[in-house]
Design a binder for this molecule. Sequence first.
Ligand SMILES: Cc1cc2nc3c(=O)[nH]c(=O)nc-3n(C[C@H](O)[C@H](O)[C@H](O)COP(=O)(O)OP(=O)(O)OC[C@H]3O[C@@H](n4cnc5c(N)ncnc54)[C@H](O)[C@@H]3O)c2cc1C
Length: 386
Amino acid sequence: MVHLKHLEWPFFGDPHRQLATELDAWCAQYLHAGHGADIDAECRSLVKALGEAGWLKHAIAGVALGGAADTIDTRAICLLRETLARYNGLADFAFAMQGLGSGAISLAGTAAQRERYLPRVARGEALAAFALSEPEAGSDVAAMQCSAVEDGDSYVLNGEKTWISNGGIADFYVLFARTGEAPGSRGISAFIVDAGLPGFEIAERIEVIAPHPLARLKFSNCRVAKSQMIGAPGEGFKVAMRTLDVFRTSVAAASLGFARRALQEGLQQARERKMFGATLADLPLTQAKLADMACTVDSSALLVYRAAWQRDQGQNVTREAAMAKLMATEGAQRVIDAAVQLFGGRGVKSGEMVESLYREIRALRIYEGASEVQQLIIGRDLLKSV
Ligand SMILES: Cc1cc2nc3c(=O)[nH]c(=O)nc-3n(C[C@H](O)[C@H](O)[C@H](O)COP(=O)(O)OP(=O)(O)OC[C@H]3O[C@@H](n4cnc5c(N)ncnc54)[C@H](O)[C@@H]3O)c2cc1C
């Protein structure tokens, strides 16, 4: 199958090839494209199904805790996201949030934290969220104001978080707050905050163009036990960046999945649509469009799996992950736009696959570092290198 052809690339081992092939077959059998009206219920049921089928084992690290391996396998996560996104955006989201929301615990949690949370994440029994952004601190993470003040055996949280995926349905949130050891990014710590703690409220549910559970969170004198801190005081920013190093590449992988689906849909439409006594595919301008789409898909795939492979070799991937995210998200937007164009009026009709991809892709150019932030990361890294 053409969408599995890249599995022959040398970035992958045989277990990766097997994983992607089996997942593709599972998706074809179990995932339908549309989202139901109740996004929360659909998300919960997708997490349960992904857990029961064993795919969430790849979202955590620790074989003894129900994980597929003792370390996070970036290539496996990227293959999972690419494949899920090709079938169903919400299924990709459900998988991604289990990984992003628990990633800090896998990477830097204590044994007790790992035992308490990770097995339930892997089984699909606990929903995870990652709470970094604030109303006044999005791209500028260091402007964070949400505070955590030490008091006896607890920290007391005050402030807000916004745009939090799984907000309102998550069982726990990995939350970053200012503890003040130093100014800026060096005075931030990471905590695990259970849903339902006194002083923690879902202040607003946020509706977006591609529906996903999303919320603004408010903390008013909310007490979190000291044992819920991940890593050392003041190390929270580092923990967040380590987590994003994995998941930023996986955002690129999800974009790649959306782009592949758009190319697949565009090809089918070009072959089937009759016009001018031939088909849309017979027109040279269509062939040029399809060629551009295919080149973008393959160049994104190469960048995604280079970054994933490099991270799995234990190398720094700050620049490569930023390149993958920038090129794959921006490229997917262009590929999907071209697919909408190939569909003509049907391309903008609600319920068409390309119409939903068009809405689905947009936020990926903004979250986990907007494209401009990725450009800055790449440019600064180039200037640092000799
Ligand atoms: C659907 C969705 C889900 C999300 N999920 C989560 C989540 O689970 N957890 C979480 O913590 N956050 C989440 N976010 C928040 C997301 O990470 C932020 O929206 C993002 O970091 C941008 O922050 P902002 O919205 O405050 O925009 P701003 O920081 O105000 O940026 C606005 C724009 O400014 C431009 N810009 C930024 N920096 C520069 C620069 N240096 N130079 C030039 N231009 C620049 C970019 O075009 C950017 O889009 C989510 C967002 C969305 C839309």
